[in-house]
Design a protein around this ligand. Structure first.
Ligand code: GLV
Length: 344
C-alpha cells in the first residue's frame, strides 16, 4: 500500500495558483478565510502535520508544537520571523524558513514613501482637503520638513536598510546608520552611509527610520529617553516591528511637540492601533503593508512554498530549502533525506 502523503497546513488564504504547487507533494489542509487562529487552534492544526506555511499572524512556540510529533518544517511568509520561537523549533528539530531578498526593494520603496508622506504631511493634507478645509490658498499651509539636504538616520542596516540608504543618495541626503555590527567599508561606501552610535544618530538625524529585526533585546528601543534625544523637528518612521517603539511615549511626544511627526506601518498590538495615535494629526498610519506590491507578495509566497517543499524532502532541492533560518537543524534533516534517497 502507498505511504500516506505528508500533511501540510496553510494558515491563511494566499495565492491559490502558487500554493497549489504544494498539492503535487502533500496532502494540503488550507484555510479559506483570513483567520485569527488562537494558540489552541494552531496546536490542533499542527498536530498531524509534517509542515506548515504560515504568516506573521501565527505565533508558534513550544506550546503550539508540543503535540506536533510529525512536524518537520515551518515556512514563514515574511522576512521577519519573531512570530516563531526559533529556539523551541530548533530544539524540536523543526526547520524554519523565511522570505528575505524578494521583498528588499519593494520594502525599501515603501519605507521611503512613508518617510516622504510623513515629512511632507501628505496624508494630513489630503484629510484636510477632503474635510473641506481648503477655503483659500495660503502661503503657510501645512509646512513640512525637507528630505533633500537633511540627515537620515537608519537603524538596522541589513538589506532593506541599505536599499533605503541607496534611495536617500538620490535625494542628496546625508545618511547615518546604526547596526549591531559595523558594515565593511566597501558596503558603507556603496550606500554612502556613515556608522554612528545609536544616541549620536538620534541626536543628529532629521529623520530616523527603523528597519531592524525585532527581538526581546530591542523591545522599546525607542522609548521616552530615546525620543528625548531626537530633535523636536525630527520625524520617526517604523517599518520593522511595533514592539521597537513605546507607543505611549511616542504619542506623548507627538502630542506635546517634542517630535514633529511619525510614520508607522507596524504596531505593538496589531491589528489594534492605539486611540492616542489615531487621534493625532501628525502621524501617518498604514496597516503593515511595506512589502505589499502584488509582484512581491507573490514572490514571497512562491519562495515560502519552495522552502516548504524542499525542507520536507521533496522537489528538486530536497533537503536544501533556499532560505532557512536555523540551518543547523537543516543539515541533520538534509543528511537524513540524502541517506533515505541513497537507500541507507
Ligand atoms: C513583514 O513584516 C515581513 O517581515 O516580511
Amino acid at each position: 500500500m502507498a505511504e500516506p502523503r505528508p500533511r501540510v497546513w496553510v494558515s491563511q488564504p494566499l495565492f491559490d495558483d502558487i500554493v497549489g504547487r504544494l498539492a503535487a507533494h502533500f496532502d494540503v489542509r488550507s484555510t479559506a478565510e483570513v483567520t485569527e487562529h488562537p494558540p489552541e487552534a494552531i496546536a490542533v492544526a499542527l498536530r498531524d502535520c509534517a509542515g506548515a506555511l504560515v504568516t506573521l499572524n501565527e505565533r508558534i512556540g513550544a506550546p503550539e508544537i508540543a503535540g506536533a510529533t510529525q512536524l518537520r518544517a515551518i515556512a514563514n511568509v515574511g522576512v521577519g520571523y519573531n512570530n516563531l520561537d526559533i529556539a523551541a523549533l530548533t530544539q524540536a528539530g523543526i526547520v524554519a524558513t523565511n522570505t528575505p531578498d524578494v521583498l528588499t526593494e519593494t520594502t525599501a520603496d515603501f519605507g521611503f514613501a512613508l518617510l516622504m508622506a510623513t515629512a511632507r504631511r501628505i496624508t494630513e493634507a489630503e484629510r484636510w482637503l477632503r474635510d473641506g478645509q481648503w477655503q483659500q490658498w495660503s502661503f503657510g499651509t501645512l509646512l513640512g520638513a525637507d528630505l533633500h539636504g537633511s540627515t537620515l538616520g537608519i537603524v538596522g542596516m541589513g538589506r532593506i536598510g541599505q536599499g533605503i540608504a541607496r534611495r536617500a543618495r538620490g535625494f542628496d541626503m546625508r545618511v547615518l546608520y546604526h547596526n549591531r555590527s559595523r558594515l565593511p567599508e566597501t558596503v558603507e561606501r556603496a550606500c554612502g552611509a556613515v556608522y554612528a552610535g545609536f544616541d549620536d544618530l538620534l541626536a543628529q538625524a532629521d529623520h530616523v527610520l527603523l528597519v531592524l529585526p525585532y527581538s526581546p533585546q530591542v523591545h522599546h528601543l525607542v522609548d521616552a529617553a530615546a525620543l528625548s534625544k531626537m530633535k523636536p523637528t525630527a520625524t520617526l518612521v517604523n517599518i520593522a516591528r511595533g514592539g521597537l517603539v513605546d507607543e505611549v511615549a511616542l504619542s506623548d511626544a507627538l502630542a506635546n511637540g517634542r517630535l514633529a511627526a511619525a510614520g508607522l506601518d507596524v504596531y505593538e498590538d496589531e491589528p489594534a492601533v492605539r486611540p492616542e495615535l489615531l487621534a493625532l494629526r501628525n502621524v501617518v498610519l498604514t496597516p503593515h503593508i511595506a512589502s505589499a506590491s502584488l509582484a512581491t507578495r507573490r514572490a514571497m509566497v512562491s519562495l515560502a512554498v519552495d522552502n516548504l517543499i524542499a525542507a520536507l524532502g521533496a522537489g528538486p532541492d530536497a533537503g536544501h530549502p533556499p532560505t532557512p533560518v536555523n540551518p543547523d537543524v537543516l543539515s541533520a534533516a538534509a543528511k537524513a533525506i540524502t541517506a533515505k534517497r541513497q537507500g541507507a
